[in-house]
Ligand binder design. Structure first.
Ligand code: GLU
Length: 304
């Protein structure tokens, strides 16, 4: 039988770590901040984590297209604090996934400093199609590597492993796992693996939205009883609003995050996998900066 490898786990009751508290104290925009937002590869201070490569040569159709266009188009999420977030006021993109994307782009010679990165917010349901159509050059956004998706696109990675969990209102003690959802309403996102799993394997009413932040609004308004998706995503919402939200129960799947790329672009796939394999220090710095403060525990996984 399938068993869950607890490669990543949110520490129960960790609440806000010191770094997150400091970051929130320092935050004056009132938005759900990402502790220690990075820009231009700088993380946790003035030390740059990576350099923008020059004179890159790669026999990759995606890289050639981006080089010709003079910019690389990267698909991300925009409403997942700690992972892929866009500040509504400043427009700044932050999060573990966003920085993973910046790191990959820099390894190919593209950076925001040179204005050669174009961000594109793409919801879960549209990811494969955007990659297939060439609407994005690559995608980094809590994107589980599954066989069904692999038939349409390719993945580099995994670069992170988490598992499906549950988010409920802080004062709700009636839900302690997916078996308690039979008489509840649960929200998840169209085109996501957690939506599929909760429908296929558990009882209860399920409502679907385009984004997890819409689910959070519904949960806080009392219109749904729970949200299900990857625990690393849910932990970001708890860190943002610990008075009203909490994680409950154990994770009940394994979600291996990969970078979505065009089917057959093995040169780009190898390039990204080598970056991950050789870049353990960068990975650790990004993890400590973006996910550890929300109580997430993980180690860098080996690439496939
Ligand atoms: N990792 C899951 C998936 O790829 C859920 C998160 C998401 O929707 O991005 O479907």
């Amino acid at each position: 039988m399938f068993s869950i490898k607890r490669t990543s786990r949110v520490v129960a009751g960790a609440g806000l770590g010191l770094a997150a508290l400091l970051a929130l104290t320092a935050c004056n925009s009132g938005s759900p901040t990402d502790p220690g937002a990075t820009e231009g590869g700088e993380a946790g201070g003035s030390e740059a984590l990576w350099e923008v490569a020059e004179g890159v040569e790669l026999d990759s159709p995606t890289f050639e297209r981006a080089t010709e266009a003079g910019k690389i188009v990267i698909g991300v999420k925009a409403d997942q604090p700690g992972l892929g977030y866009e500040d509504a006021v400043s427009g700044e993109r932050t999060g573990f996934d966003v920085d993973i994307a910046r790191w990959i782009a820099a390894s190919l010679g593209f950076s925001e400093d040179d204005d050669t990165i174009e961000w594109k917010t793409v919801p879960s349901a549209n990811r494969e199609q955007e990659i297939i159509n060439g609407g994005v050059d690559f995608y980094v956004g809590t994107y589980s590597m599954t066989d069904a998706r692999d038939e349409q696109i390719d993945f580099a990675g995994p670069y992170f492993i988490t598992g499906q969990g549950l988010l409920v209102r802080a004062d709700d003690d009636t839900i302690n796992g997916p078996d308690d959802l039979a008489d509840k309403v649960t929200c998840s996102v169209t085109g996501s693996t957690p939506l599929q799993r909760i429908r296929d394997e558990y009882n209860g009413e399920v409502t679907e939205r385009q984004t997890y932040s819409e689910c959070v609004e519904q949960l806080l308004a009392g219109q749904v009883d729970a949200i299900t998706t990857d625990e690393a995503i849910l932990a970001g919402y708890v860190a943002q609003d610990p008075d009203n939200l909490k994680l409950t129960g154990e994770i009940f799947s394994e979600e291996r995050y990969g970078v979505g790329i065009a089917d057959g672009d093995s040169a780009l796939q190898e390039h990204i996998n080598t970056l991950f394999t050789d870049g353990g220090d960068v990975w650790t710095a990004l993890f400590e900066q973006h996910l550890a403060p929300a109580g997430v525990e993980a180690e860098q996984p080996a690439v496939d």
